[in-house]
Design a protein around this ligand. Structure first.
Ligand SMILES: Cc1ncc(COP(=O)(O)O)c(C=O)c1O
Length: 282
């Protein structure tokens, strides 16, 4: 990927996308000691920024980082969104522990704040999932936090892409359905929408939260329930949710082709879109 279309802002300044901007001693670089958010950009504006900010604070507190300066993040967001509006894209902002010791212990340095914006293709109409043999650890010290220690997701997504899938699904250490590398997962069984609970070790996605809230408001029941990983082999419908994918129908899980008729997913997609169009910061 080249950085040509990426706008980058670091600690108060727009910088060259591929130029040096962060210290080699930054704790994000040395040990992945940072938290981040990814929000969708639609017609130049970020979607659900208030919820993303709230989750950033939660992640920072969980890592034991000082409280991120959201006013500073907002300056960065305004700077990268200025100019030609990005029709569809990704806003990513990270706050790291700053320059620190070379190992895992933390220094006293001030936080580093990085904001990026880039156009990206809109999601496909549907996709395939691959179940990977690796696990999410529901007892991890960083469970539920959006940290930049994402190497496991990099490996799993590469496997998914190799197999022509859009996402990789993880079970947890108990063999329960958990989540994907950057998306949450839902199934429909006998007309009921089910999704794993926080205790399965997932990241509480903002799209997951909105999908549940808006479905319930429209009279569609959704239950957060512990599910076996192999529910993916019998569910009537499967879909995933993420900030840049919204509600994405799944047409195949590994070798299983899903039924082409997806009435519940289609309804939830319609509900999601109509609510999102009405309010860009729900
Ligand atoms: C591990 C993980 N799970 C789920 C999600 C989906 O969250 P959201 O809907 O807030 O994008 C993400 C987001 O990238 C993620 O990184």
């Amino acid at each position: 990927m080249t950085g040509t279309n990426i706008r980058v802002w670091v600690d108060g300044e727009l910088v060259e996308p591929e130029g040096p901007a962060v210290s080699a001693l930054d704790h994000a670089v040395t040990v992945g000691d940072a938290v981040f958010e990814t929000a969708k950009i639609v017609e130049g504006a970020p979607f659900a920024l208030t919820r993303h900010h709230r989750r950033l604070l939660h992640s920072a507190s969980g890592l034991g980082l000082p409280v991120p300066d959201l006013a500073l993040v907002d300056k960065g967001v305004a700077a990268v969104l200025e100019g030609d509006p990005i029709a569809f894209g990704r806003l990513r902002y990270s706050v790291s522990g700053g320059v620190g010791p070379i190992g895992s212990d933390r220094g006293e340095a001030s936080l580093t704040t990085i904001v990026l914006a880039a156009p990206q293709p809109r999601p496909p109409a549907s996709g395939r999932l691959t179940v990977v043999p690796w696990t999410r650890n529901e007892r991890s010290a960083v469970v539920g936090l959006k940290t930049t220690s994402y190497a496991e997701n990099v490996v799993a997504l590469a496997r998914a892409k190799q197999e022509g899938a859009v996402e990789a699904v993880f079970g947890n250490t108990r063999g329960e359905l958990c989540e994907c590398t950057g998306s949450n997962v839902f199934v429909v069984v006998d007309g009921v929408v089910l999704t794993p609970p926080a205790e399965s070790g997932l990241l509480l996605g903002i799209t997951r939260e909105l999908t549940i809230e808006w479905a319930r408001a429209a009279g569609v029941a959704v239950r957060e329930e512990t599910l076996p990983l192999d529910v993916l082999q019998s569910a009537d419908e499967v879909f995933i949710t993420s900030s840049t994918k919204d509600v994405l129908p799944i047409h195949a899980v590994d070798d299983r082709t899903m039924p082409a008729d997806r009435p519940v997913t289609s309804e939830l997609l319609r509900i999601f879109r109509s609510n999102a169009e009405r309010d860009s910061d729900p």
